[in-house]
Ligand binder design. Structure first.
Ligand code: CP
Length: 327
């Protein structure tokens, strides 16, 4: 490894670096990259459950020729009380140089980055950020609207609908898409989308889904994160106000796309027919599985970029580590 770099968050990442990693990912989505990580050991350390992120990081690392070890909370000595930092330093002592970390604690990836010599990639820390998800969502949206030449998203409106307050995906999406010029609007009941969130993130907020929907070029539906304390009065009431039903989706504007980072709760925030739409039957196309597919390419690109294998690296984000108090 030539340099030790991290990817901890998208907020504050210089726009030229954002464009560079999206450009690499756009290439990797169509042509498998060379195995430039031979001799590198990478650990996926997921202390929260995952299907998409963990699997795609593993596949990405394997495509690049890295060896991969996998740790989770229940099968590791974390369950005996070992601290997160001690756990990562223990694995580092065995020769692992890249740590892909998911935790329920906002700021944990930054804390680990300050404690180890290797590279840390944040795979989701509490409600703070999920940077590779933000990148893959941006790539999917840009490809759908043929904006991959320079990734200029100006003139496009991206709606993020549902439990924004608990969503690290929303925070990373806002950071990436606004940096590239998109108008981003958070939408949901006030408890899930308070105006203060929009003010903090630098985007619009509305509770009027019906008014927003015809303006949106992309609608990212979010899961209600009950595990982080989200509450709804009833599934029916939530669905009536904020689900992307077939009726609502059929009124979306021409060229608009439906997105969801997954996992989905079909019948709550999104109808199954909308999630599975191929763009026929009067419904906009769903990018849900395209987002998953692009997730592998984004992760090969991030690994190449973080390890400075294509020049540049994502250093400036690492140099602006958030303090624990700011999270
Ligand atoms: N979108 C996402 O992070 O999915 P997983 O929890 O399955 O990784």
């Amino acid at each position: 490894m030539s340099q030790h770099r991290h990817l901890l968050r998208l907020a504050g990442l210089p726009t030229e670096r954002l464009r560079a990693v999206l450009g690499l990912a756009n290439t990797d989505a169509d042509v498998d990259p060379q195995p430039v990580l031979r001799g590198v050991s990478l650990a996926t350390m997921f202390f929260e459950d995952s299907t998409r992120t963990r699997t795609s990081f593993t596949l990405a690392a394997q495509k690049l020729g890295a060896s991969v070890v996998d740790l989770s909370g229940s099968g590791s000595s974390r369950s005996k009380g070992e601290s997160l930092v001690d756990t990562v330093k223990t694995v580092e002592a065995m020769g692992v140089g890249v740590f892909v970390v998911r935790t329920s604690q906002a700021g944990a990836a930054s804390l680990i980055a300050s404690a180890v010599k290797g590279s840390v990639i944040n795979a989701g820390d509490g409600r703070h950020e999920h940077p590779t998800q933000g990148l893959l969502d941006t790539l999917a949206f840009a490809r759908a609207h043929k904006r991959t030449d320079g990734f200029d998203l100006s003139g496009l409106t991206f709606a993020i609908v549902g439990d924004c307050a608990h969503s690290r995906v929303a925070r990373s999406d806002v950071a990436a898409m606004t940096a590239l010029g998109a108008r981003v609007v958070l939408c949901g009941p006030t408890a899930m989308c308070p105006p203060s969130l929009g003010a903090a993130l630098g985007c619009e907020v509305t509770s009027d889904f019906e008014a927003l929907l015809p303006e949106a070029d992309g609608v990212q539906m979010l899961r209600v994160q009950f595990e982080r304390g989200a509450r709804i009065a009833s599934a029916r009431q939530y669905r009536d106000g904020y689900a992307l039903t077939t009726d609502r989706a059929s009124g979306m504007k021409a060229g608009a796309v439906v997105m969801h980072p997954g996992p989905m709760n079909r019948g709550l925030e999104i109808d199954g027919a909308v999630a599975d739409s191929d763009g026929s039957c009067g419904l906009p196309p769903s990018l849900v599985l395209e987002q998953v597919r692009l997730g592998v390419a984004v992760r090969t690109a991030v690994l190449r970029e973080v390890l400075a294998l294509d020049g540049g690296g994502l250093g400036p984000a690492a140099e602006r580590l958030p303090t624990e108090a700011s999270l």
